[in-house]
Design a protein around this ligand. Structure first.
Ligand SMILES: [Zn+2]
Ligand SMILES: [Zn+2]
Length: 355
């Protein structure tokens, strides 16, 4: 029995081209009580591998979080398989707005402690006591309500390229950080305001809403299915789109364009631009925004130092990296001080002033 990938990304990309079939990119998650995540993991891998599914799936005692692609003509088989699993029956699937046959090139199903790295100790509160789910139409009404505080539950590099009009976008690297900031900023409004939250696909708000209710917030709401499902509903029902710019996604597409507004700037020259890249220096790999002109001039690097390193022969680069630890600990996403045009995000004080 083959329980793991055998093909490289390159071999897989060639196979996808040869097959010439269009693929669907979709995501879903579910909190549940899974007794043996390893058994579920193996079962999913075997079944989905045979359905030509590719993607990144996390399975934990607390549930499943899946982002994947599959050939469009195998969708019904896939859906039937989901429906055969008790806790996944009739689950809502977030179908990507922009389709790309190569959004994923491997099938990775991993057992994790948690389906989202949220940094929370769940024993201290009831995660099933969630906020009220809002569909796009009601969400739009809530945004316009002056008693609403609209909060983006994502990280700074996500909200920088796209967010809802008038949303608070905490300047944070992690979900855990944003919980504390929001709680502190809104401590005087736990009862008189509607706390309305959103994230990419809804999963972060599931936990956040339960957390804020536990912390004493009385009116807690969340956008059902996140920005992805919102976009689908506004198209289907011809509603006003209140989301500006791009929706950052965690696959090779990086982002989906939701509106034509470009709300971000190139971090190096300040020109309007909203597409992320990773610094070409492998030891840096910083995620930042770089326009095509700067990309060419800087050889896809975030700094002249990185440019110099990147020009060295690979072996020498490796030598330099020794003992430096994980690059993610050294360089944070889009936070390097040498990027002059990294935007300051909106905090709660501007928010109340503008309202
Ligand atoms: Zn630029
Ligand atoms: Zn760099």
């Amino acid at each position: 029995m083959q329980l793991y990938n055998k093909l490289s990304a390159k071999e897989r990309a060639e196979l996808i081209d040869q097959a010439g079939k269009s693929r669907l990119t979709l995501s879903f998650y579910q909190y549940a009580n899974i007794g043996n995540p390893q058994i579920l993991r193996d079962h999913l891998f075997l079944t989905w591998d045979s359905l030509e599914v590719l993607g990144r799936i996390y399975v934990a005692h607390e549930g499943i979080n899946a982002q994947l692609s599959l050939p469009a003509d195998r969708f019904n088989e896939f859906k039937n398989h989901l429906d055969s699993i008790d806790f996944l029956k009739d689950i809502r699937l977030n179908i990507a707005v922009e389709q790309d046959n190569k959004s994923f090139l491997k099938l990775k199903v991993k057992v994790r402690d948690k389906i989202v790295a949220d940094g929370l100790n769940d024993d201290t509160f009831d995660v099933t006591n969630k906020g009220i789910h809002l569909k796009a139409e009601d969400f739009n009404k809530f945004i316009d309500d002056e008693n609403t505080v609209l909060v983006d539950m994502r990280n700074h590099y996500e909200s920088e390229i796209g967010h809802f009009k008038n949303a608070i976008t905490p300047d944070v690297d992690t979900f855990r950080e944003s919980l504390d900031i929001i709680e502190a900023d809104l401590k005087d409004h736990k009862e008189d305001k509607n706390l309305v939250m959103y994230c990419t696909g809804g999963i972060r708000c599931e936990k956040a809403s339960a957390y804020f209710k536990h912390k004493g917030f009385k009116n807690v709401f969340q956008l059902e299915g996140g920005i992805i499902e919102y976009t689908r509903q506004i198209k289907e029902q011809n509603l006003e789109n209140k989301f500006l710019g791009q929706n950052f996604v965690f696959d090779d597409r990086r982002a989906e364009r939701i509106s034509d507004d470009v709300i971000a700037s190139c971090h190096q020259c300040g020109e309007p631009f909203d597409v992320h890249t990773n610094c070409a220096n492998q030891a840096c790999h910083l995620l930042f925004i770089q326009c095509p002109k700067c990309k060419e001039e800087m050889e896809n690097c975030c700094s002249t130092t990185c440019m110099e390193v990147n020009r060295l022969p690979f072996e020498e680069q490796k030598e330099l990296r020794k003992g430096q630890g994980n690059s993610n600990d050294i360089f944070k996403k889009g936070r390097a001080d040498h990027l002059p045009y990294k935007k300051d995000l909106r905090n709660i004080f501007d928010y109340f002033q503008k309202k």
